[in-house]
Design a protein around this ligand. Structure first.
Ligand code: GLN
Length: 378
């Protein structure tokens, strides 16, 4: 017999389904993701901390789970909502089924609900705070009260919560499916990467561009980083409200003043925006998927990109020394900018994908070029 589960949203909607993960309850902001593949990468993306993800693709779990596809050391989504989990996972790399993987990580998850109805609610009303309860007895009123008690992500600083405790070196490149091993690329640049919730494929693609990377905790002082004399500093993706990360905004200002080559992704992009004096805003339901068209203003190309953000930099608040480089073709929101008087640029989407297309991978080469030029001019 399936074990019951229910999802309650702050607007009063209640969905009944069955448990496919751990028993218990979880609360968070419910967002929809339209990627058709990559559920394991999504579950382990630290940017999803305190968010419950519903996947619009209906069959989730077909290829099971494995150790190599994790984007961090654990699952970070607060919960998972899917239409249907297959009875059997099948893939030569699979070592565990999705339900077993969720249970092992203590993640509460629900299946068997109408995810199209849920997604329409989120699209029309905006992201909702929600609560999933899974177990023999599920109480809708209690779940609703818990959903409504969740304070929401506005003002929540989660980067320092998911970050590492101490620095470490990363030198692993991308996964080679033929050799079933990760590459060890040559190293030409010393890069310090701020871990606000970094995804491993970002570190892998930085390594592929020739970077030896020292990953540092979110609250590391800029002076400590500058003392390491890196060729460049990387600002990672991460969960929560960027405006709450005052320590990171202050450090970024110091790097800009020192003319340090800088590259920011997602939360890192938002922090760079705040550091130059722009404002961030909370989007209605954000961008979460692997098929978002983004225009590159330098050459007019349309890139298909991977996205996961619920906040955005307000382009109307950018200062005069900012050049907009990328715009979302879904809603016209800001996707990337560069400074005209500093070696610094950033991107709102996920150029490392995982999951998603690698159309924007060239930004990693741009960072290497920026560091090379900065060396030549030094
Ligand atoms: N992936 C990210 O870095 C997300 C950034 C930020 N937490 C947001 O939701 O917009």
């Amino acid at each position: 017999m399936p074990i019951p589960a229910l999802l309650a949203l702050e607007d009063g909607s209640v969905f009944h389904g069955h448990a496919v993960g751990a028993f218990g309850e979880t609360v968070g902001e419910v967002v929809f993701n339209t990627a058709m593949t990559g559920y394991q990468e999504i579950l382990t993306d630290p940017s999803y901390a305190r968010q419950i993800v519903t996947l619009t693709y209906p069959h989730i779990g077909n290829t099971g789970c494995n150790a190599e596809d994790a984007e961090s050391s654990t699952v970070h989504t607060a919960g998972l909502i899917v239409r249907d989990v297959p009875r059997r996972a099948s893939n030569w790399r699979s070592s565990e089924s999705l339900p077993d993987y969720l249970k092992r990580h203590g993640i509460v998850a629900i299946a068997g609900i109408d995810t199209r109805r849920l997604t329409r609610i989120l699209r029309d009303k905006g992201a909702q705070n929600g609560c999933i309860v899974a177990g023999e007895t599920v109480d809708a009123d209690a779940a609703l009260a818990r959903a409504r008690a969740f304070p929401g992500l506005n003002g929540m600083d989660l980067a320092k919560v998911v970050s590492v405790d101490k620095p470490y070196i990363w030198d692993e490149g991308i996964y080679d499916l033929d050799r079933t091993a990760f590459s060890r690329p040559d190293r030409r640049f010393k890069v310090v990467a701020y871990d606000f919730g970094v995804k491993r494929n970002i570190l892998r693609l930085l390594a592929e561009s020739g970077c030896e990377i020292t990953v540092v905790p979110a609250q590391t002082a800029a002076s400590d980083v500058l003392a390491m004399k890196p060729d460049g500093v990387f600002l990672a993706n991460g969960p929560g409200d960027p405006a709450a990360c005052d320590y990171a905004i202050a450090a970024t200002r110091q790097f800009l003043a020192a003319k340090m080559p800088l590259f920011g992704i997602c939360l890192g992009h938002q922090i760079m925006g705040l550091a130059v004096g722009a404002k961030t805003l909370k989007m209605k339901f954000g961008h979460h998927g692997a098929n978002h068209p983004v225009k590159d203003h330098d050459d007019g190309r349309v890139l298909i990109t991977s996205q996961n953000h619920g906040f955005a930099v307000d382009p109307g608040t950018l200062p005069a020394n900012v050049r907009i480089t990328h715009t979302s073709l879904f809603d016209g929101s800001l996707q990337g900018f560069a400074l005209t008087d500093r070696p610094a640029f950033c991107f709102q989407g996920h150029p490392e994908a995982s999951p998603g297309p690698l159309d924007v991978r060239y930004l990693f080469d741009r960072f290497a070029k920026l560091m090379q030029e900065s060396r030549t001019h030094a």
